[in-house]
Design a protein around this ligand. Structure first.
Ligand SMILES: [Zn+2]
Length: 391
């Protein structure tokens, strides 16, 4: 038997010991004899029940009292009584497993890792943000990562990429680094494989064609847009539920009728590069939300976006309502944005658009096309919009 991984036994004073520190997983035991405290401390060594009884005898604690102490710790949820812990056998995912073992009611961090190992996530766009994001997902134990980006590594991408990668193909180089660090990571899948989730990382504006293909293929997707100042994560689009990315586009058109023209020009804009801390913050937020979705935990970017800049590490949360003109089958309901008062006028305009529920049908989105136009869904939603590459 052993304590949940990562928990320490701390001596608080005579008769009082504490297991763990964080109130979310710690417990204080009082009324202990010095011998009791020695028995509890021995649990950090992962003893068998017989070992623990031997320690008890050596310090004058009766067998029944040893069993009572074990029962108290078990009831407090700090004891892991499973006979063996499975492991990915890699240091980083094992760290992940330990963390969730401390937090979950059942202490079964291995179950979290088992689910993640069975998942396929595609990351399309491997600039500095995208390459950090892919790395975080591998560290988190995602079993299959399908990386897609045919463009060349530039000096602005360095971080996961190294100087010798400059000029090489982003996806190829990223796969090389990830497989070296995570030998059990799968980076390919049979043709026609549907990913469980696709993350698109793009500069200035999300590629509407790619997003439309994902919507039509009914594949869950999470857009990440690297802007001039901010990285915007979300919303997570789950088939049949809104708002979708087209809803956000329509809200933006409501706030600025020139948006389709601007967006079309931004599609071909050159990447400006992302400062190191912003790239990591944006990538970590996106990876956090992907893992939350895979784990079936609460996903903040369901119907919302997270927006972070290098100025402030605390992201701005914007809630978005489904747009009545979208037709993504989402119930149309007003949303609230308590953070709107802190936004810029332009942002406030977009937020205001999101919080209203106009009766009038809005103009078309930047992609200029309804979803239900009868065009068949692409079989391969990973390689639309002229991008033929997949590692
Ligand atoms: Zn929609």
């Amino acid at each position: 038997m052993h304590l949940r991984p990562g928990l320490s036994v701390l001596w608080r004073g005579p008769g009082e010991s504490q297991v763990g520190v964080d109130p979310r997983c710690a417990v204080v035991l009082d009324g202990l004899t010095p011998g009791d405290q020695r028995v509890v401390e021995h649990l950090t060594r992962g003893p068998t029940p017989a070992d623990l009884q031997r320690v008890g005898r050596a310090v004058g604690v009766e067998p029944e009292r040893v069993r009572e102490l074990v029962a108290r710790l078990k009831a407090a949820g700090v004891l892991d009584t499973r006979p063996t812990r499975s492991s990915w056998s890699l240091a980083v995912p094992d760290t992940e497993e330990s963390y969730w073992s401390r937090l979950r009611d059942d202490g079964d961090g291995a179950a979290v890792l088992a689910v993640r190992a069975s998942k396929r996530v595609a990351v399309v766009g491997l600039d500095r943000v995208g390459s950090f994001l892919a790395t975080f997902l591998a560290m988190g134990g995602v079993g299959t990562l399908l990386l897609d980006d045919v463009s060349a590594v530039t000096e602005a991408d360095l971080g996961v990429f190294q100087a010798r990668d400059v000029g090489g193909r982003r996806a190829t180089r990223a796969v090389t680094h990830l497989r070296a660090a995570f030998p059990r990571l799968r980076t390919s899948a049979p043709a026609g494989t549907r990913p469980d989730l696709v993350v698109t990382v793009s500069t200035a504006v999300a590629d509407p064609l790619r997003l439309r293909h994902l919507r039509r293929a009914a594949i869950a997707h999470l857009p990440v847009v690297v802007g001039e100042v901010a990285v915007v994560v979300g919303p997570l689009v789950v088939p049949g539920r809104g708002p979708c990315t087209r809803c956000l586009d329509l809200h933006r058109v409501d706030a600025d009728p020139a948006w389709p023209a601007l967006a079309a020009q931004l599609l071909t804009s050159a990447p400006t590069g992302t400062p190191a801390t912003l790239a990591q913050l944006g990538a970590a937020l996106a990876a956090h939300q992907v893992l939350a979705a895979l784990d079936d935990r609460t996903v903040t970017v369901t119907g919302a976006t997270l927006e972070v800049t290098a100025l402030d590490p605390v992201p701005l949360v914007r809630q978005w309502a489904p747009h009545p003109a979208c037709g993504c089958d989402a119930p149309s309901a007003p949303a609230t944005d308590p953070a709107a008062a802190t936004t810029t006028p332009d942002q406030a305009a977009a937020t205001t658009a999101a919080t209203t529920d106009p009766a009038a049908v809005g103009p078309t989105s930047a992609d200029g096309e309804e979803d239900g136009d009868g065009e068949p869904a692409r079989a391969d939603a990973l390689a639309p919009a002229g991008s033929g590459g997949r590692a």
